[in-house]
Design a protein. Structure first.
Length: 226
């Protein structure tokens, strides 16, 4: 087989391997080298107009995990057993509005726009948010937009994990107000600049999944417009 054919099969094998694992083997830990690759996949992920409106909290402290477990029904099997547990945060309108200091820093110091282009590019972002996508109607609309961006690194982290033979489970089963209150009490939300988007657990499965995974046929989800 050619190298491309082998690579195609490796990718498909990883997607077929990946399942939403509910309980991990607590004796098996992900190596620092492997988890750094997962984090790098998140860091290198794309985002709308390059804002990178996210932050990743790696929760390894067992006492903190116990507090999370009390307010996260969907993570009861994950928090005690996962090798690594991640809370994905999204940036709020304080950072994502086109004229914020965060966006200015992102443009000039991260993306490398020349200073003399700042006003021009800022106006382009204003048009995008205001006229094209109608994002500025409320803080909630802006936050939902930022949360959608977080699902790009979210998915990439799980896919890269699967390519490395590492299991994962995406989690939205938690009381968001209570989780945000806990994080705010620990000064982890940057005074309202961050909000909770989702959680994801990583580790190695304790046992093989009991049920087959169902997926629709390709013909049921894809329509070509030629």
């Amino acid at each position: 087989m050619t190298q491309k054919v082998v690579k195609r099969q490796e990718i498909l094998d990883a997607f077929n391997f990946r399942r939403a694992i509910k309980t991990f083997d607590p004796t098996k830990k992900i190596s620092e080298e492997d988890f750094n690759v997962i984090l790098e996949a998140a860091r290198l992920s794309p985002s709308s107009i390059g804002f990178e409106p996210w932050k990743f909290l790696i929760v390894q402290n067992q006492e903190f995990r116990e507090k999370l477990k009390e307010i996260s029904p969907g993570a009861q099997g994950h928090l005690p057993t996962a090798s690594h547990f991640v809370i994905i945060l999204a940036r709020t309108i304080k950072d994502t509005k086109y004229d914020s200091e965060y966006v200015k820093n992102q443009m000039l110091n991260v993306m490398g726009f020349p200073a003399e282009m700042y006003d021009q590019v800022k106006n382009i972002y204003k048009e995008f948010q205001e006229d094209q996508q109608h994002l500025l109607g409320s803080e909630r609309i802006m936050l939902d937009w930022a949360k959608r961006q977080t699902f790009l690194p979210f998915a990439n982290m799980m896919t890269v994990g699967a390519l490395l033979g590492i299991d994962s489970c995406p989690i939205e089963g938690f009381y968001i107000d209570k989780v945000e209150k806990l994080l705010a009490e620990e000064n982890l939300l940057e005074d309202g600049h961050l909000a909770v988007s989702a959680m994801v657990a990583f580790g190695y499965r304790a046992k093989e999944p009991e049920y087959p995974r169902g997926r629709k046929d390709m013909k049921d989800i894809v329509q070509w417009i030629n």
